[in-house]
Unconditional design. Structure first.
Length: 366
């Protein structure tokens, strides 16, 4: 692009993403924040784009630039929703972008859609889990479900994480979406002594962390590691942590810095996922990047665990989960499966490749 040409201005909204930009802030975030963080920072490497990012108030400056991304401070989680909404609105206006992208169903989604509608900006939405595509959210939330449909239908583009979610979303809402995998930075694979079974995530109810403790209790001969951040509003976190502490072969870790998490995957024989539903867990990609096989209780987007021989899905059966884990550990079968997972990640989740698809679509909107 000519230096005098106008840059394409894109703003991402993910209030809890600030700890990813500033690791000194020890606060909870999830896969949605990781996905947008990688996308924003990769997009910002291109001089054709100007990237802003709306985050919450973590005590930082009102506006700062990190990794070439303009970070705008808005809502304070300690204050009321009205105050937060006003601050987010001001942040959206301050970003002065042509395209605004958010992920996950939240008040921020509805606010951003309204802002874009009134200001004639392009609203872009990306789904975060299967429940927001297959009709589950719509059945469980009458009023916000209608708002969700309105926001989706007002979007210039809607993105999902896998083909099944794309098909389900069109069936339940009539909205046609574009399936693009989550992108990650693919660091060189490092070998380490693998001596544990790993679980990584927030203590959100949908992730069923207590089932991993059940699994550890069933297999006292194996060592298990649980990295579990307290989910926002989780009043049962202490009981989960206390129960984990009483399990001799289970190490419970509340938090690991994001820039150190790869080392945890490199030491794992297996990543176990116990979630009821997800879109495409970022932990699956982190595991694959680090040659760690994936053993899932329920989640298997587009059947990739079977099709690409990256692990196994147990279709909701805890007995099968334990049996499959034992089988994959026999004769170190997991080693070759981990190598398959790395090959899969290189082919499907390299953010430097994935961002090119977004660039093309953003250019169309601009």
């Amino acid at each position: 692009m000519n230096k005098n040409a106008t840059k394409i201005k894109v703003c991402f909204i993910a209030p809890k993403a600030y700890p990813l930009f500033n690791p000194k802030v020890a606060a909870v975030f999830g896969g949605a924040e990781v996905d947008l963080y990688y996308l924003a920072t990769e997009l910002a490497k291109d001089d054709n784009f100007e990237v802003a990012f709306i985050t919450a108030d973590y005590g930082q400056e009102q506006c700062e630039t990190i990794e070439n991304v303009k970070i705008i401070k808005t809502a304070d989680f300690k204050k009321n929703v009205v105050s937060g909404g006003l601050r987010v609105w001001r942040g959206l206006r301050q970003a002065d972008a042509g395209i605004y992208m958010i992920k996950t169903i939240s008040p921020g989604m509805f606010l951003t859609a309204l802002f874009c509608r009134l200001k004639r900006k392009a609203f872009v939405y990306r789904t975060s889990n299967t429940n927001s595509c297959d009709g589950t959210y719509l059945r469980q939330h009458s009023l916000s479900g209608r708002l969700y449909k309105w926001a989706l239908r007002s979007a210039a583009r809607v993105f999902v994480q896998n083909r099944t979610d794309r098909e389900n979303l069109e069936t339940t809402t009539g909205v046609r979406a574009i399936a693009i995998p989550n992108g990650h930075r693919l660091a060189p694979s490092k070998q380490a002594r693998r001596d544990t079974i790993l679980w990584v995530g927030r203590s959100a109810q949908i992730k069923r962390p207590e089932l991993f403790v059940d699994l550890a209790e069933k297999m006292p001969e194996e060592h298990f590691t649980m990295i579990c951040q307290r989910a926002t509003g989780d009043d049962n976190f202490k009981s989960l942590a206390d129960r984990a502490a009483k399990t001799p072969n289970l190490q419970f870790v509340e938090r690991v810095d994001f820039d150190k998490i790869n080392a945890c995957f490199q030491k794992a024989k297996m990543l176990v996922n116990t979630s009821e539903a997800e879109g495409f867990p970022n932990t699956f990609i982190q595991a694959a990047v680090n040659e760690t096989p994936i053993l899932s209780l329920n989640v298997n987007p587009d059947g990739f665990l079977d099709d690409c021989d990256c692990g196994a899905c147990c279709n909701g059966s805890m007995n099968r989960l334990a049996e499959t884990l034992k089988s994959l550990l026999e004769d170190n079968k997991y080693v070759n499966i981990g190598k398959n997972a790395r090959t899969y990640a290189e082919k499907n989740h390299n953010v430097t490749t994935i961002v090119e698809r977004y660039k093309k679509l953003f250019a169309e909107l601009a």
